[in-house]
Design a protein around this ligand. Structure first.
Ligand SMILES: [Mg+2]
Length: 385
């Protein structure tokens, strides 16, 4: 069977989401990253024209693009859309390896009978993603992960590039080093000093030359220059637990305040699990004190849950049982011991639980529609984590 790997990469993901959600930002230089000491996490194509790119300090981006619209970003919203897109990839093949929030490899070897030839599959998938999110992505399809990643980058944005086995060598021959994933700036500088400008130049020397110069990285480099990559598409591991923790801005003894953080964390964990359709029975609490001593406690419920209120109450019970007096530096809440799918309610699942679950799903829906910030529950209004 011919091996075929697809690499999907959303175009200027965070910035594009902002432009879709706020149409007045369309066509404008949108930059995600607004804090003084922070980094740019995404730049719209309009902003890139000014030389702005991700991982650049925000102050530098402001200099390059003074008219840019700098936004703090809405992680939860991006995650939500990411989940939708990843689910669409799962429909193509179960072999999906998510690399980041907006990027994934899919092993599509042998899906031809089901989805048609790769080009057709790529087109269909792009159309499906656009229909559901109004966002564009770029797709590369090639005989392995390394080449698929190069391919997805070739016609950005909104691109679809297919590299056939017989095209690999001519394609690599013309590719500048900067386009090769996995070669850092240090190695690039080193290679340039040797007069190497493309993979073809690497192949001018025997493998032993590169091993001698760069050790293990040298043989890796030689393989890359030939377009060889045997690494499999590895689906993300099944999650066994889900947790959230925060270090406080200041150490505290105020249990009321600690509980507010616990609520925020219970909600983060519960929401994530509701999205994944998972429920867990074991609630855990982690507390780190001022002297960095860490204490963890857990309790197991009779029924699995992904209800914010239930997890919060469990975490509070664990906190109260600690009888702590010292100042606290960090708390965290976790849930484990998962069971998938709908559970049968036992007799003790009372009205209280039912009401909380209804509240959760109402909150989830409102959030999906209006975004995160709008409805932080009154309890944690003043936290602003
Ligand atoms: Mg991207």
């Amino acid at each position: 069977m011919v091996r075929r790997v697809m690499h999907m990469d959303m175009d200027a993901f965070y910035a594009s989401v902002e432009q879709v959600d706020n149409p007045h930002l369309k066509g404008k230089p949108v930059i995600i990253g607004a804090s003084k000491r922070g980094m740019v996490s995404a730049a719209s194509y309009e902003a890139r024209k000014y030389g702005v790119h991700s991982a650049m300090p925000v102050f530098q981006a402001r200099k390059l693009c003074p008219n840019g619209i700098f936004l703090p970003g809405r992680k939860e919203r991006y995650r939500e859309i990411s989940r939708k897109i990843m689910a669409m990839l799962q429909n193509v093949s179960p072999l999906v390896e998510q690399v980041s929030i907006d990027e994934a490899f899919v092993d599509i070897s042998g899906t031809g009978a089901l989805h048609g030839p790769p080009g057709e599959l790529g087109q269909k998938l792009k159309a499906r993603i656009f229909k559901s999110t109004s966002l564009t992505c770029s797709i590369g399809i090639a005989p392995n992960k390394f080449l698929a990643k190069i391919a997805s980058d070739m016609k950005k944005p909104d691109g679809l590039t297919i590299i056939e086995e017989e095209e690999v060598h001519s394609m690599l021959g013309q590719l500048p080093l900067s386009k090769i994933p996995g070669i850092g700036t240090k190695t690039t500088t080193f290679l340039e000093r040797l007069g190497v400008k493309s993979p073809a130049d690497i192949l001018r020397h025997p493998p032993a030359f590169w091993t001698q110069k760069l050790g293990k990285a040298g043989s890796h480099l030689y393989r890359m220059a030939q377009g060889i990559d045997h690494s499999p598409v590895t689906p993300s591991p099944v999650i066994k637990s889900c947790s959230a923790e925060d270090t406080f801005p200041e150490d505290t003894q105020d249990m009321g305040l600690v509980k507010k953080w616990l609520f925020h964390q219970a909600e983060t964990v519960a929401r994530e699990l509701r999205h994944k359709g998972l429920k867990g029975r074991t609630i855990s609490l982690k507390v780190k004190f001022r002297d960095f001593k860490i204490v963890t406690r857990s309790l197991t419920l009779p029924d699995p849950t992904n209800c914010t209120q239930t997890i919060y109450e469990g975490a509070c019970r664990l906190l109260e049982r600690l009888h702590t007096s010292g100042k606290i530096r960090l708390v965290g809440v976790g849930l484990a011991n998962f069971q998938k799918g709908p559970q049968q309610m036992n007799l003790y699942s009372n009205l209280h639980t039912l009401r909380s679950e209804r509240l959760d799903s109402a909150m989830d829906k409102i959030r999906e529609k209006y975004g995160d910030e709008l409805i932080k529950k009154g309890l944690i209004m003043d936290l602003n984590p």
